[in-house]
Design a protein around this ligand. Structure first.
Ligand code: ADP
Ligand code: MG
Length: 508
């Protein structure tokens, strides 16, 4: 070999070595990046860990907090609000009743016909209308005059089928999805507006009275028979169809629960009397808090950046409003810490850009190459060309976040069952599991898009109920989906709290 040729050969070898070194270096760096991805995943898995032992601690904490909230006003983060609902519809109700649901941007009017035979089919008609934006920040008179006019129009369209005898007033259940302190089943004071409403002259004012006055101004002879929280409407609807229903849970955009409590257990309100001996308590469980909850740095950040820090801690780990955003936060940290995809899209830093239904679609993607995951990452978060290995990691993150949410919701439900002695342990003072306790059939009505629309969430929740309660007890606990408790349920409550009924709730 000539000198020149030798020089070329050496040069080629050197280039080859350099290329190989670059490749090895890249591989090492890539391995380092994947390691960092794996570390973030491991940390989030550990942080969200919800072993059955930990869930049982949450169950106990829920039952204890329920006691505390019933013992004194402000005794717990659980408000345990009295609803004055003392009789739940049982299928014997007859006649035509109305409901009005003022939720967020829409309101709905319903007419429900009841035949008195616990018929599983309730005939009803619904009319939905948007609330004009300017009325959401106007005066209470403007808002309620508008609602009363719309209700009057709805009623004027009524045919002859209303089954209302001429000597009876129309009665209405009013579902008002804002925090209220009730004084009776048909009166309650607005604590504060949420969801974009801000009608200053209404804070501290009796809400049904505002509606009642507007109805009078429109010469509509109708009585507001019940002021209803949507969870309570769900319980009423569940109980109408199945009298073993003792509690209800909503798991949708937000989460809440209510249940039937013995009146003598409501210590903070001495001298309360109801004919049934029971009253529905609205727990406002979204605000539940316990140090046993598996909380991660993502939850802490989400909370501190929210408009209501330190509030609704349980809700922020469970409900549809938040799950997608927890997943977004984990993906963001993963990509930032690993640098696996280079620069990060600005979309990934936008709070709430990843909605929970999108997260569910990624989680439930069963295509072999996770096509839906790739599509959502590209279209929603503007992260193109995500390798399959990373798509699998994203699915795992969705799984971890949803599994924790579902298991915590299950623990909350068992907490209620424990409080009312339906968890097979003989109640809060029973001290552990007893095989000789006879379990009654126990139904919990469940409503909400997260539970009904997200199959894996629902499956994880049921699995956790079985684990916590044990199969022998769990087989007596039935979760039943209801639809439109806030509408139909409110009309049913108007029926069971009709002025033509004799049952009452009063103070001694
Ligand atoms: P709301 O709670 O606002 O009264 P819904 O009970 O219908 O209304 O719940 C809607 C919420 O449920 C959505 O905001 C979303 O978070 C969640 N959700 C609805 N469908 C799905 C789905 N298929 N997968 C996951 N979450 C869903
Ligand atoms: Mg709802």
């Amino acid at each position: 070999m000539g000198r020149a040729a030798a020089g070329v050969a050496v040069g080629v070898a050197a280039v080859a070595c350099a290329v190989a070194a670059v490749a090895v270096g890249r591989r090492i760096r890539s391995r380092g990046k994947w390691k960092r991805v794996a570390r973030v995943l491991r940390e989030v898995e550990e942080g969200c860990e919800g072993s059955v032992g930990r869930l049982r601690q949450v169950v106990d904490a829920m039952a204890v907090e329920m006691h505390a909230g019933l013992a004194s006003e402000g005794g717990s983060k659980l408000k345990m609000l009295l609803t004055y609902v003392h009789t739940l519809p049982n299928g014997t109700e007859k006649g035509t009743y109305y409901a009005l649901h003022l939720g967020s941007t829409d309101f709905r009017a319903l007419r429900v016909h009841l035949h008195g035979q616990q018929s599983s089919v309730l005939e009803h008609e619904v009319e939905q209308q948007p609330i004009p934006q300017h009325l959401m920040t106007s005066t209470s008179k403007d808002l309620f005059d508008f609602i009363a006019s719309s209700l009057k129009e709805f009623i004027e369209k009524e045919g002859n089928g209303s089954e209302l005898s001429p000597d009876r007033r129309r009665e209405l259940g009013f579902t008002f999805s804002f925090p209220v302190k009730q004084m009776s089943v048909s009166s309650g004071i607005l604590i504060k507006w949420t969801k974009g409403f801000s009608i200053v002259d209404m804070e501290g004012i009796d809400v049904p009275a505002c509606l009642q006055e507007a109805l009078a101004r429109k010469e509509l002879d109708m009585r507001v028979a019940a002021l209803v929280n949507d969870t309570v409407g769900t319980l009423a609807l569940g109980h109408y169809h199945d009298s073993d229903t003792v509690a209800s849970v909503i798991i949708g955009t937000g989460t809440n629960a209510c249940y039937l409590e013995r009146v003598d257990g409501i210590i903070k309100c001495q001298g309360l009397l109801t004919t049934s001996g029971y009253m529905v308590v609205n727990m406002e469980w979204g605000n539940f808090w316990s140090s046993h909850l598996p909380r991660t740095s993502y939850d802490i950040d989400l909370d501190s950046e929210s408009p209501n820090p330190n509030d609704q801690g349980f809700e922020k780990m469970i409900s549809g409003m938040y799950l997608g955003d927890i997943v977004r936060r984990v993906i963001l940290r993963m990509l930032l810490e690993s640098d696996i995809l280079g620069p990060i899209s600005s979309k990934l830093s936008m709070p709430f850009i990843l909605r929970t239904p999108m997260m569910a679609a990624m989680h439930e993607d069963d295509s072999p190459d996770l096509r839906e995951v790739a599509r959502i990452l590209k279209d929603i978060l503007e992260i193109p060309q995500v390798p399959l290995k990373l798509r699998k990691v994203v699915v795992k993150v969705c799984d971890v976040v949803t599994r924790r949410a579902a298991r915590l919701a299950a623990a909350g439900i068992v907490g209620i069952l424990k409080k009312i002695g339906r968890d097979g342990s003989g109640g809060i003072t029973g001290g552990g599991r007893r095989s000789d306790v006879k379990m009654k059939r126990t139904v919990v009505a469940v409503e909400g898009g997260l539970y009904s629309g997200y199959t894996l969430f629902r499956e994880y929740l049921h699995e956790a109920l079985n684990e916590i309660l044990g199969e022998d007890i769990a087989k007596h606990v039935i979760l039943k989906v209801t639809e439109d408790g806030s509408g139909i349920g409110a009309a049913l409550l108007a029926a069971s709290h009709s002025s033509y009924n004799v049952d009452t709730a009063k103070m001694l």
